[in-house]
Write a protein that binds this ligand. Structure first.
Ligand code: SAH
Length: 218
């Protein structure tokens, strides 16, 4: 039986702090959220490894470093209303939930959304609201958002989601082809998107109306 708390401490030190993640609130959230509760039982003893892991529907739970990095880039405030596209296991949503006021998260696969809902409830994340559907069209009823995070690879600039971002808000997303993408950080300044590149990443594709077409990935 692994000591998960110890593994988590070690993960934070070696994978995050040593690689330049230095926001104390993000480090604290990464120390507290039990990734092993979001990982499939077959992979549980690898929960704090430096890698993404498979979940149902051919999807993945992101690598801890990537979760911490994207979370840091959002510079979350306790008052923030956040939109996440690609709930997956719910792990990233649980990290966001500790740092923001409210998290709205959309997952394309109904079965993943259901599973994530159960785990998030068990973990006591009461400020996360889940919905199943195509996240590329956003969540108009709850818009505008202070921050938006897309945890799947977008083929292009996500216009509709940008439209649901508050003026002064931040959006982070991977953009590019199937295997490797560039992490993009966008700040909304009026109607303008001020964009910075934030390093290479590898995500599963964003599939939807403003994403990749599903057939090209089956
Ligand atoms: N944030 C997740 C990572 C999930 S992987 C975690 O912490 O575990 C990306 C997820 O995005 C997959 O579950 C995939 O089904 C979902 N996805 C892909 N395209 C989507 C879309 N258009 N709308 C909502 N979810 C989408």
């Amino acid at each position: 039986m692994l000591n998960y708390r110890l593994s988590r401490e070690e993960m934070v030190l070696t994978q995050l702090e040593r690689r330049g993640i230095n926001d104390p609130r993000v480090l604290e959230a990464m120390r507290e959220v039990k990734r092993h509760h979001f990982v499939e039982p077959a992979f549980r003893d690898r929960s704090y490894d430096d890698t993404p892991l498979p979940i149902d529907e051919g999807q993945t739970i992101s690598q801890p470093y990537v979760v911490a990095r994207m979370t840091s880039l959002l510079r979350l405030q306790p008052t923030d209303k956040v939109l996440e596209i690609g709930t997956g296991s719910g792990y990233q949503a649980a990290v966001l939930a500790r740092l923001a006021h409210k998290v709205y998260s959309i997952e394309r696969h109904f079965s993943l959304m259901q599973k994530a809902r159960v785990v998030l409830e068990q973990e006591g994340c009461r400020n996360v609201i889940l919905r199943s559907g195509d996240g590329t069209i956003g969540w108009a009823d709850a818009a505008p958002f202070d921050k938006i995070i897309i945890t799947a690879a977008s083929p292009a600039f996500p216009k509709t989601l940008f439209g649901q971002l508050k003026d002064g808000g931040l959006m982070v997303f991977p953009m590019g082809e199937k295997r490797t993408q560039m992490l993009m950080l966008v700040e909304r300044q009026g109607d303008e998107a001020v964009t910075t590149e934030a390093g290479g990443v590898s995500f599963v594709p964003l599939v939807g109306r403003e994403g990749w077409s599903g057939s090209s990935y089956t």
